[in-house]
Ligand binder design. Structure first.
Ligand code: ZN
Length: 222
């Protein structure tokens, strides 16, 4: 029977070869990215400062640019939720060591319900679901966005920081002994993470860690 399934799988791959999620070319292996596109994902160099507005820098496997930007944009703006599985797989491959040292709980930074309705899904929730499935770490929807804020990507840097003040509130009391890990797809100024962090702290949670797929490097000083 296993033999038959192997045959069927090979036949299906021949008929419909898996495509690279970035360039659309057929992928030779079991990966969702072709080798050329895999190289466009730039690992985040270590030892960088936290972006302004966050108390602690996020854990992020990649710099926001080229490949990582392509995947994040496919998920959000081209509405391809399947990109979330690949992004979560790449995040889980670089699971921060401190997550196994503490008892952690994953908490997505949600969209406002109106934007979620328009997009059809919430990218941070999707990512968190996949991360939960891939790592076994517990997941809790403990934040709600109660203000519909202007999309961060359309605002200049300074306006982004003010745009999100008090945008979230915690819907769940703290779980004793658990360190919250805020999940989002991309961190730019860190303003969204900060707003989520403030809401958790106000509800009595421990200071959260941050885990995102890609992080925009802060501009280098002149
Ligand atoms: Zn490719």
């Amino acid at each position: 029977m296993t033999h038959l399934w192997k045959h069927l799988d090979a036949w299906a791959r021949w008929l419909l070869p898996p495509q690279c999620q970035l360039c659309g070319l057929p992928c030779p292996g079991p990966e969702d990215l072709c080798p050329a596109c895999r190289l466009t994902l730039r690992p985040l160099p270590g030892g960088l400062e936290a972006p302004r507005g966050t108390a602690r820098g996020p854990f992020a496997p990649f710099c926001y640019g080229s490949g990582a930007q392509g995947l994040a944009q496919q998920l959000k703006f081209q509405r391809r939720p399947e990109a979330a599985r690949l992004m979560a797989t790449l995040m889980a491959e670089a699971l921060p060591r401190s997550f196994s040292e503490h008892a952690v709980v994953l908490i997505p930074l949600p969209l406002h319900w109106r934007r979620r309705l328009r997009r059809g899904f919430d990218q941070a929730q999707l990512l968190s679901l996949w991360l939960h499935r891939l790592t076994g770490l517990p997941l809790l929807s403990a934040l709600r966005r109660h203000r519909a804020t202007a999309p961060q990507s359309r605002l200049p840097r300074e306006a982004r920081l003010g745009n999100l003040a008090r945008a979230f509130h915690a819907t769940s009391p703290p779980k004793p002994g658990l360190v919250p890990v805020l999940i989002d797809d991309v961190a730019t100024t860190g303003a969204t993470l900060s707003a989520g962090r403030d809401a958790l702290l106000a509800a009595g949670w421990a200071p959260p860690l941050h885990w995102v797929f890609a992080w925009t490097l802060p501009p280098s000083p002149p």
